[in-house]
Ligand binder design. Structure first.
Ligand SMILES: *[C@@H]1O[C@H](CO)[C@@H](O)[C@H](O)[C@H]1NC(C)=O
Ligand SMILES: *[C@@H]1O[C@H](CO)[C@@H](O)[C@H](O)[C@H]1NC(C)=O
Ligand SMILES: *[C@@H]1O[C@H](CO)[C@@H](O)[C@H](O)[C@H]1NC(C)=O
Ligand SMILES: *[C@@H]1O[C@H](CO)[C@@H](O)[C@H](O)[C@H]1NC(C)=O
Ligand SMILES: *[C@@H]1O[C@H](CO)[C@@H](O)[C@H](O)[C@H]1NC(C)=O
Ligand SMILES: *[C@@H]1O[C@H](CO)[C@@H](O)[C@H](O)[C@H]1NC(C)=O
Ligand SMILES: *[C@@H]1O[C@H](CO)[C@@H](O)[C@H](O)[C@H]1NC(C)=O
Ligand SMILES: *[C@@H]1O[C@H](CO)[C@@H](O)[C@H](O)[C@H]1NC(C)=O
Ligand SMILES: *[C@@H]1O[C@H](CO)[C@@H](O)[C@H](O)[C@H]1NC(C)=O
Length: 888
């Protein structure tokens, strides 16, 4: 008996072992085949135990692959083999270069719970076989090139909690059965071509917390049912064709923090029940046909940060209760039919950053208290019926960047206190009012102001020569007033068109054709006038293009610098010793550098000007020698918006993700330090400086001219880095030769990528208005689109190509008034110049081959800098073209 037992135990053991061995062999051969196919770095190098390969986890039998995480590895190849891992529960292939259709055989992975194929180039339709993944809880197919309809077979995925199919080209309707996925918590399908109605029963998905369907072609009403169960937290339906009302039932969702329903065709009132949505943080319903009054119940949503009701049919007055909203940052009500007073109570909104009431029928006065709001940057009250005087207290709005009061019924004189608003930058517009009295000379203190418009008032007296203090002025309009005397001798004035001063009977001297006093006659003036007109056109052409964003950035930079100085002053004791500040957060992402990096030493290095390596639009970089001997480049963010710091965890998350973003031509952060409101990013120190220094710094390299092969390989590397960035959907904010760093072998690395991620204006992380770039690299369309785009990056890259070809700076007085490098090169044929006169002759005359290459790259550069964004090639096309040039 005992023997029998023993025998059967042995037998069972043997069977189990046999099974184990078979299983192991199964996944082993597939893993080896997969390694051959994908060439994953680190796989199989030292051992054949695939369970210990990076990104692989086996189950407790140590035999079968249970989880595969191959995200962010630039992989491509055939992934069909993965369908053979019968025990696979977790498969993450996100952020790679996989293309072709999603293998239908994935439907065989019956144990799969998590499938993430996002950020690849998978094409064709979603395979119906995925409907067999009965255990799947999270399915992410977002950001691919998938087409066709959402297959009905997916309705079998009853355990699905997370369904992400956004950022594809899917068409057809959202299937009714999505509402039957009873466990669904998150559903995103934004940025597709979906049409039809939002299924009425979507609310039956009882757990639904996040629904994001923006940028589709959806029509019909917002189904009431989605609010019925009250779990919804985020609702984003912007940019569709939705009709009907915002249902009263919205009040059910106490936890709803985000309602974004702008750019639709919604009608009706905002329901009073909105006041029950106690978590409401963002409410954005602009560009609809909403009507009725602005309900005072908004005041109960104490966390409300943004309220945007612009471009609707709202009427009535602003409810004074809104003054209770202590977290309100942006109140945007422009383009409605609102009237009455601007309530005094608004000044109690201590966090108000933007107040946009323009284009309404407000007929009260500007309350004196308005500037008690300490953070106001945008005060936009133009195109109303506002009466009374501009209060002297306007001078308390010291943070203002833009003040728009044009086209109202303002009377009295311009308060000299406006001169106290030293930050005023974007515009001061007082035009089309009934202002009289003199121009206060204090306006001359506004040395950052770019645009001044006081036209169409009854302003009298001289134009004070103190206005010459407005050193940033580009755009000026004094026309149609009662001004007299000489136009002061000041370049921005003389460069302005005649029309900027016309309609003032008593005003004379250039740019006006009326001279002063006796010698009025047919002298050389008409000719000179023509010349200045040409200059003006050029200035307007290039000047307007850049001014808004450059100015915003410069402003942020200056604010920063000031704060920096103040902070430094506080920190450096009289005897020169430096007190290190209290570091609140910090991390080093690279394991083997942790020991070598000392946070205090890094911070101290940034407090000494002698360590400064460079300063760019967004940051200042310092060289920091660690006690361990390691040298770091420490980047201190200049324009770090407070809102970013406030979202510290999000920021840290982004940095950590970027730390993993692996490409040989990108500078990745290796860590960060945060103290007070300062963020420092840590990078490897690259000894060869920037491309700008290599090309233009004649002081350090008088006899060294980088040769053509080196230049070609640099532009190639930069193109590859940018192609990768665009592939992972990051648009660079500031491409310039100053942001291209060179390692010891002159391999280029594109820097400042984290800035693009931290200050992402397109995704609207609150109130960030820093759309930017460096002078000379900014594509013309940014001036009116105010949006950073991939084609815009291609333009800036084209400027870098031109720099490499010509060894000239993107902006240089030598090109002539209003000209930059791009215009100079594009204008060469019209001036009858040959390419030889454009290219750097030290290179183009060396050999026939070099010259041929340079001409091909010149052609590419002209394409990249085309003024029409759509005509510019995509970055991957640029890489292809460069590869062809390199091979020939
Ligand atoms: C392979 O082994 C060598 C020597 O043992 C080691 O230095 C190296 O890091 C190992 N490589 C991998 C990928 O594990
Ligand atoms: C080990 O593998 C066997 C055979 O594949 C399977 O039946 C068993 O459930 C596995 N055990 C665990 C803990 O996964
Ligand atoms: C991928 O590999 C499978 C076999 O593993 C093969 O059937 C399929 O045709 C391959 N797909 C492509 C696109 O090469
Ligand atoms: C895997 O899927 C393919 C295509 O769906 C099917 O033909 C094949 O029989 C399946 N293999 C297994 C082992 O289930
Ligand atoms: C894909 O979606 C899942 C579930 O929502 C999520 O956990 C995962 O992070 C997403 N992948 C990426 C790359 O964002
Ligand atoms: C979906 O749910 C509704 C009830 O909410 C039910 O009538 C219908 O039959 C379900 N459809 C499927 C395909 O399960
Ligand atoms: C809002 O809350 C009030 C009182 O808390 C309640 O009487 C009212 O019914 C609620 N409205 C909605 C739509 O939930
Ligand atoms: C407001 O926001 C804070 C911080 O996010 C949160 O703790 C609080 O619960 C919110 N208040 C309401 C009423 O939701
Ligand atoms: C403002 O306009 C409203 C509506 O047209 C009107 O009723 C009110 O009397 C006006 N107020 C003043 C002060 O003119």
């Amino acid at each position: 008996m005992a023997f029998f037992c023993w025998l059967s135990l042995l037998l069972v053991g043997f069977l189990l072992m046999a099974q184990l061995v078979v299983a192991q062999q199964d996944d082993q051969s597939s893993m080896l085949a997969l390694q051959k196919e994908l060439l994953v770095s680190g796989w199989g190098i030292n051992n054949s135990d695939y369970c210990s390969w990076p990104g692989v986890r086996c189950n407790s039998n140590f035999s079968m692959v249970e989880a595969l995480d191959l995200s962010h590895r630039e992989l491509q190849g055939n992934v069909t083999l993965m369908s053979e891992f019968k025990a696979l529960k977790w498969l993450d292939l996100s952020y790679n270069n996989f293309h072709g259709p999603i293998p239908p055989a994935f439907g065989n992975l019956s144990e799969l719970e998590f499938l993430d194929l996002s950020w690849n180039k998978f094409v064709s339709s979603i395979p119906v076989e995925l409907g067999s993944l009965r255990n799947i809880r999270s399915l992410n197919l977002s950001n691919n090139w998938l087409t066709g309809a959402i297959p009905d077979e997916l309705q079998n995925l009853e355990s699905l909690q997370y369904l992400q199919i956004s950022g594809n080209k899917l068409s057809g309707p959202i299937p009714y059965w999505v509402g039957n996925l009873t466990s669904l918590r998150l559903f995103t399908a934004y940025e597709n071509d979906l049409d039809g109605k939002i299924p009425e029963n979507l609310g039956s998905a009882a757990e639904l917390e996040l629904l994001n369907l923006h940028s589709n072609q959806l029509e019909g009403p917002i189904p009431e049912s989605i609010f019925a169960l009250g779990k919804l937290e985020v609702l984003v339906l912007t940019m569709n064709k939705l009709t009907g009302i915002l249902p009263e039932l919205v009040g059910n969702c106490k936890g709803l923090s985000n309602i974004r329903i702008g750019n639709n065709r919604l009608i009706g009132n905002i329901p009073k029940a909105i006041g029950n949505v106690s978590s409401l943080t963002y409410f954005e319903a602009d560009s609809n046909n909403l009507s009725g009054e602005i309900v005072s119940e908004f005041a109960q949503c104490s966390n409300l940060t943004l309220l945007n009701l612009a471009s609707n049919g709202f009427t009535g007055t602003i409810p004074p209760e809104l003054g209770q909203l202590m977290n309100l940052q942006e109140l945007i009500l422009s383009g409605n039919s609102l009237f009455g007073d601007i309530p005094k109570s608004i000044s109690r909104c201590k966090n108000l950053n933007k107040l946009d009431l323009s284009n309404n029928r407000f007929n009260g006065t500007i309350p004196e208290e308005l500037c008690n709001t300490p953070r106001l940057q945008y005060l936009l009250l133009g195109q109303n019926l506002i009466r009374g005087e501009i209060p002297h207290e306007i001078g308390n709005c010291v943070k203002l960047l833009e003040l728009q009061l044009g086209s109202n019924y303002l009377t009295g004189s311009i308060p000299p206190e406006i001169g106290r608003i030293k930050n005023l930058q974007i515009a001061l517009n007082l035009s089309f009012n009934h202002l009289h009295g003199p121009l206060p000379s204090e306006l001359g203190k506004l040395d950052k102001l770019v645009s001044l418009d006081v036209s169409n008032n009854q302003i009298s007296g001289n134009i004070p020569s103190a206005l010459k203090g407005m050193m940033s002025l580009i755009d000026v309009n004094f026309s149609n007033n009662l001004l007299t005397g000489l136009v002061p001798n000041f370049i921005p004035f003389q460069k302005s068109p005649n029309s900027s001063f016309s309609g003032n009977k008593g005003l004379c001297r250039e740019p006006l054709s009326s001279s002063c006093g006796s010698s009025f006659g047919p002298d050389h003036r008409p000719y000179r006038h023509k010349v200045s007109y040409k200059i003006i056109l050029a200035v307007i052409g290039s000047g307007l293009t850049v001014f808004v964003m450059v100015i915003t950035v410069i402003l942020l930079f200056m604010i920063r610098e000031k704060q920096e100085k103040a902070a430094k002053a506080a920190r450096v004791e009289e005897d020169g010793t430096i007190n290190p500040p209290l570091i609140t957060a910090g991390n080093v992402f690279v394991e083997n550098l942790r020991q070598a990096i000392d946070f205090d030493a890094a911070v101290k290095a940034t407090l000494k000007d002698s360590n400064k390596l460079s300063s760019g639009t967004f940051s200042t970089v310092y060289r920091a020698v660690m006690p361990s001997g390691l040298i770091l480049a420490v980047k201190r963010l200049n324009s770090m918006d407070k809102t970013v710091i406030h979202h510290q965890n999000k920021m840290i998350g982004e940095l950590e993700r970027l730390g993993k973003l692996c490409h040989a031509n990108l500078v990745r952060p290796i860590g960060f330090i945060i103290y007070e409101d300062v963020a420092l990013l840590l990078h490897h120190y690259l000894p060869n400086g920037t491309l700008a220094q290599l090309l233009h710094d004649s002081t350090t390299r008088t006899d060294f001219v980088p040769d053509w092969p080196m230049r070609l390989s640099i532009v190639m590397g930069v193109a590859e880095g940018l192609e990768f960035l665009h592939h992972v959907a990051i648009v660079h904010l500031d491409i310039s030769s100053g942001n291209i760093l060179l390692d010891a072998n002159f391999k280029p690395l594109v820097g400042e990528i984290e800035i693009s991620k931290l200050l992402d204006p397109s995704r609207g992380t609150a109130s960030i208005s820093a759309v930017a770039g460096s002078f000379g690299y900014i594509p013309p369309e940014y001036a009116y689109t105010m949006q950073v785009t991939a084609p815009g990056n291609v333009y800036s890259y084209g400027v870098v190509l031109l720099e490499i070809l010509t060894t000239r700076l993107p902006v240089d007085e030598a090109f002539g008034e209003g000209m930059d490098l791009v215009k100079w090169v594009h204008g060469a044929p019209a001036r009858g110049e040959t390419p030889e006169q454009i290219l750097d002759a030290r290179l183009s005359t060396v050999s026939f081959d070099w010259r041929k290459d340079m001409l091909s790259v010149l052609k590419l550069a002209l394409l990249c800098t085309d003024s029409t964004p759509a005509k510019r090639p995509k970055m991957n096309k640029v890489v292809e073209m460069l590869q062809e040039i390199k091979q020939i």
